[in-house]
Design a protein around this ligand. Structure first.
Ligand code: NDP
Length: 255
């Protein structure tokens, strides 16, 4: 049974993985033996993340590039291929959210969210998938959201992007599953990270909503998402294709 979750020898790239959910995913995949690569747009965060992993005895390969920049992505991934190896597991984790009502949201802000949360996973997958297809083996995990399936006030761009990412996951599956490349998503519920820090304060109406609506009666931990990523990255999920696994403490079941 243990071999099913063994990732020794596999190279995993987690985008935007210097903290929060991405870092937890990287940590969990490393614990299963994967060689971890992490990119980000902030060198200081990359350095701090590398130090934190080193203090835990985990060696990570860090790289500065913006996931929305096709040329930089190509260069970054070539560097990983040359210095670490071909990517076996791609986790499209980098993402942003803008909490602005539709009428107040500049179109440029809307486009920025779509670029990072939806177009970038496409750019990354287009660069990485051809080698997976050639080798007839690979795992792509797109970090979606509960917002992939329902709308809410003031998160229009995010919901549009994450809903699109769910469908992109299904389309990639239709095209690549026959090559033994599994493309799946994870839909985190409300997870305690920097992204949710502004709404995760006692007395904030949204914090109250999360606590009353989440059947598990708590915020999720980044490691909860890491554990789901390990399953989807492992051989145990070899016949799981085009799914979004919601890691949400049951909140979607309660809407
Ligand atoms: P964080 O904001 O803590 O982390 C997001 C990461 O993405 C950061 O490291 C950020 O870098 C990086 N990033 C942003 N833009 C780019 C870019 N253009 N190129 C490369 N990296 C970039 O978010 P979380 O850990 O909370 O979320 C991780 C993922 O999970 C996101 O896709 C998010 O939408 C999703 N999610 C989160 C939920 C939650 O409750 N937290 C719920 C549902 C989904 P930097 O810090 O340098 O800006």
């Amino acid at each position: 049974m243990k071999e099913l979750f063994e990732l020794t020898g596999k190279v995993a790239l987690v985008t935007g993985g210097t903290h929060g959910i991405g870092m937890a995913i990287a940590r969990t995949l490393a614990s299963a033996g994967a060689k971890i690569c992490i990119n980000d747009i902030d060198q200081e965060k990359l350095d701090n993340c590398k130090k934190e992993f080193q203090s835990e005895g985990i060696d990570v390969y860090t790289l500065l590039f913006d996931v929305t920049n096709e040329e930089a992505v190509d260069k970054g991934i070539s560097q990983i291929e040359n210095e670490v190896g071909d990517i076996d597991i791609l986790v499209n984790n980098a993402g942003i959210i803008k909490r602005i009502p539709i009428l107040d949201m500049p179109v440029s802000d809307f486009k920025q969210v779509i670029d990072i949360d939806l177009v970038a996973p496409l750019i990354m997958a287009k660069r990485v998938a051809p080698k997976m297809i050639e080798k007839k083996e690979g795992k792509i995990i797109n970090i979606c959201s509960m917002m992939s399936v329902y709308g809410r006030n003031s998160v229009s761009a995010y919901a549009a992007a994450k809903g699109g990412l769910k469908l992109l996951t299904q389309n990639m599956t239709c095209e690549w599953a026959k090559y033994n490349v599994q493309v799946n998503g994870i839909g985190p519920g409300y997870i305690a990270t920097a992204q949710t820090a502004p709404i995760r304060v006692g007395g904030h109406p949204f914090n109250d909503l999360v606590m009353t609506r989440t059947p598990a009666n708590r915020w999720g931990e980044p490691s909860d998402v890491g554990n789901a990523a390990l399953f989807l990255a492992s051989k145990a999920a070899d016949f799981v294709n085009g799914q979004v696994l919601y890691v949400d403490g049951g909140i979607l079941a309660n809407f």
